[in-house]
Design a protein around this ligand. Sequence first.
Ligand SMILES: Nc1ncnc2c1ncn2[C@@H]1O[C@H](COP(=O)(O)OP(=O)(O)O)[C@@H](O)[C@H]1O
Ligand SMILES: [Mg+2]
Length: 367
Amino acid sequence: MQFKLQYEIMYIKNLTLNNFKNFTQKELEFSKINCIVGNNGVGKTNILDAIYYLSFCKSFLGCSDGEVINHNADFFSLKGEYQLNDDIEETFLVSLKRGEKKVLKHGKQPYKKFSEHIGKIPSVIVSPGDHVILTGRSEQRRKFMDIILSQTDVVYMDSLINYNKCLLQRNKLLKYFHQTGVYDYIQLDIWNERLSSLGQLIQEKRKNFFNEFIVPFRENYEFISGGKEDINAEYITYEGNLLEILRSNLEKEKILLHTFSGIHRDDISFTINNHDASYTASQGQQKTFILALKLAQFDYIQKHKNTIPILLLDDIFDKFDFQRVQKILQLAQADKFNQVFITDTHPDRTKMIIPEERINESTIINL
Ligand SMILES: Nc1ncnc2c1ncn2[C@@H]1O[C@H](COP(=O)(O)OP(=O)(O)O)[C@@H](O)[C@H]1O
Ligand SMILES: [Mg+2]
């Protein structure tokens, strides 16, 4: 318990869903440890998605905003009442009517920019889709870094949003010049300069992040595997000065019609005993990689936000084997987490996460 005292605690007390996916109207009260149980298809993952949505203003499943609105309705809303450190109460509300702009409010105050909200409710989700971090396209690994850095570094998130806007403009311009056959090099260079200054800043931040993140990643891997595997994760990015690279790429880009170099091409290379982990790691080792990445994400956010994140565990009993689930249970028993949500079809299995002395801090939600 003493370990926790140095950190702030953000805790969701209750959640009201209106027309969010399969829930037309639902109110839920939460405790510190929440076991969400029910048969397949009843909406367990959707509850976690709603909690995630209130943190990130989007679905973790990658649904568009239109898709989260109940099929028979034309709007949805989510309201969460939170408690910060036993005393401060905060309410966040997000709502969307089809065809209109999404509204996000802190108390009664609407946000001007959603980016101001990201990081206010630090959260980490462990879900069956996470294997794409290791085996999917590079985009998935950039997304993994971005989700962490966006919660912990406002400048990073704003720079990334602006970088992506500049990238879109520059690509449009390349296409436009190609269509007209006339290249305005001065105009293009304005975008080169914008893109490179934002890109260099993001690269610097990703490098720093990585140097630090590798430590909890290795520690967690070792904790889960208990073994001596030599694992590594390396940040892969362009080398040199981005402005010069962009200028020198132009001849290639005149044919390819998109921006060839920059942080939008970054990647992470995961290795095990010096071999690419996405190909050579066994199924078990891959699961250890994913879990270690997620726990390191938790540790990193906790440290940088000085807040214990809300932990959402979706279907871990089905997707991880018992050996790895036990490691999560061990951490839960050691009181590492503050507020945890865990979904499963079997109520008995979820209850294993509840330490005996915290039974009165737990809730079983039957859907
Ligand atoms: N926009 C929506 N409107 C109505 N139902 C939806 C919507 N989106 C998803 N669903 C339904 O939600 C259910 C899946 O919920 P899910 O949370 O994945 O279940 P569980 O995790 O309990 O297996 C499916 O039956 C699906 O059809
Ligand atoms: Mg599910």
